[in-house]
Design a protein around this ligand. Structure first.
Ligand SMILES: [Zn+2]
Length: 134
């Protein structure tokens, strides 16, 4: 099955679809996830291999942590003018961070998968074999 690579950096719709649904960025036919956070090895519909190199999803953690920091900064920007440095501010921030990271990790991982696909790192095994050897 041939999957036309529709890589467009401005393809916001495809990026949003993969990020929000967790579906394969190449074909959108199947979920790229098995379980809450685990990405399948290969898409059952189009055959792209999602994780070609071990650790290629570490960037998703950085994205999730970065987004969580933005949430915490926004919360601080809202809390500090209203309540100042109140007792329990640290615990509040920790509690929000503990909840936010797992909530945003799956969409962050799906977005990271879309980015890997758009950058050409996610492809079928036969596409890799067709590349000229250096
Ligand atoms: Zn697919």
């Amino acid at each position: 099955m041939s999957v036309e690579r529709r890589v467009r950096w401005w393809d916001v719709r495809g990026m949003a679809h993969t990020t929000l649904t967790g579906r394969c960025p190449a074909c959108h036919a199947e979920s790229a996830f098995e379980g809450a956070y685990r990405v399948r090895e290969v898409c059952g519909a189009c055959g792209v291999r999602f994780e070609r190199d071990e650790g290629s999803f570490l960037g998703a953690l950085a994205v999730a942590y970065g987004f969580t920091i933005l949430v915490l900064l926004a919360l601080l920007a809202w809390l500090l003018p209203r309540f100042g440095l109140f007792d329990g501010l640290g615990l509040t921030l920790i509690a929000v961070a503990v909840v936010t990271v797992p909530v945003v990790y799956r969409p962050a991982k799906a977005w990271w998968l879309w980015w890997l696909w758009a950058a050409g790192f996610v492809k079928r095994d036969d596409e890799v074999a067709e590349q000229p050897q250096r």
